[in-house]
Design a protein around this ligand. Sequence first.
Ligand code: ATP
Length: 447
Amino acid sequence: MSEASVTSETRLERMEDLVSLCARRGFIFQSSEIYGGINGFWDYGPLGTELKNNLKSRWWQRVVRARPDVEGIDSAIIAHPRTWEASGHVEHFTDPMVDCRACKKRFRADQLADAGPCNSREGTSEHDLTDPRSFNLMLKTQIGASEEAASEAYLRAETCQPIFNDFKRVREAARQKIPFGIAQIGKAFRNEINPRNFTFRSREFEQAELEFFCHPSEREKWFEHWLEQRLAFHRELGFDDDHLQTRPHADDELAHYARAAVDVEYLFPFGWQEIEGVHDRGDWDLSRHSEYSGKDLGITDPETKEHYVPMVIETSVGVDRTCLALLVDAYREEALEGGDSRVVMRFHPSLAPIQAAVLPLSKKLAEPAHAVEAELRRELNVFYDDAGNIGRRYRRQDEAGTPFCVTIDFESGDDGKATIRDRDSMRQDRVPLEGVLAYLRDRVRGE
Ligand code: ATP
């Protein structure tokens, strides 16, 4: 069947529309929903998990596997507590917090513009705020069998500190020389005062971080290199220049140890916001961990015999924030000829949670349809659906962001062909059954 063509399209304007689509279709929803949810924690359902995994493996491919000078690790979430003293987190990883004495709500003092009105005071909607106090964002836990003997530890607030702890071991084991990098993807935890904007600010989230170690004379060069690489990555995800920008930190915004920092920002419906940071951390981390551990983390150049502490260029991207940007970026509401409409998630085919749906026009066509499905499953993530009207099945796949639907009809038995329907153009191609996998492979891997 052919479909009506698109007459107009609009991008996502209200986050509520995305939040409800994500829950309904099983991309992302409240964690512990049956107990009323838990603020700042989210679960990824079948579609969201595939999308996130595709994003993480793309990052791993570009940052680790494609490079002889980067090694990957997977460290424990809980590090020795001294780690967080050395890194400065125990002392400095705080946000200024204020409370409203009337409505009892709690806000970040530097984000009061978003606080909304106070509904508990008479004659004014202004909050009655306390003075700001420092609130440490690290989540604490106890280690050890008995409560008395237990020691306090922290869930990591960023994935990079264990990389510094492991620096010497990894360099020696992998026989790397400066310059080289260590990367990892993993969970980080921050007790954010106001989790908000869906998954954008959560209390548990994933980071993909690279710490690149170089000689002090080369820090600018490597900073530029990695900033360029990371921008190319975001463009490859499909973000265009209208929705992607860089924002260098002003001098008074820089962390006390940082020489330079540039945020990569995406234009969300709630404004330009950081999805990644590229930072020149200098020798702060390795020097501090040398001092606190008593182990020299410096390097002696084998040729010049110079002993020095390497400088660190960091790229730190939020996996959940980038997933959210992918969801926002993909969302389109389209008006179709004849008054119909559809919601379509235009993920790049290589990132889409489902790459192909196999849709037999009748349950009687199960045999040839399952044969195609089995063939495609060898390489692609496939969804099989034989229930209901074909137009409705296409719409469901549009909302899931499936780039290709493979329809098996009664003619397939005669001419040995299937119809492949393209999500965005809704164009249909007749393709020989034995050529379906090759056709999809080209387009999914495509660009
Ligand atoms: P923000 O200023 O938004 O709190 P940040 O500057 O503290 O972020 P970094 O410490 O540089 O963030 O962390 C690197 C990346 O980790 C960020 O660019 C972001 O993508 C992600 N990230 C940080 N905090 C959160 C959070 N609470 N929820 C989801 N992702 C986060």
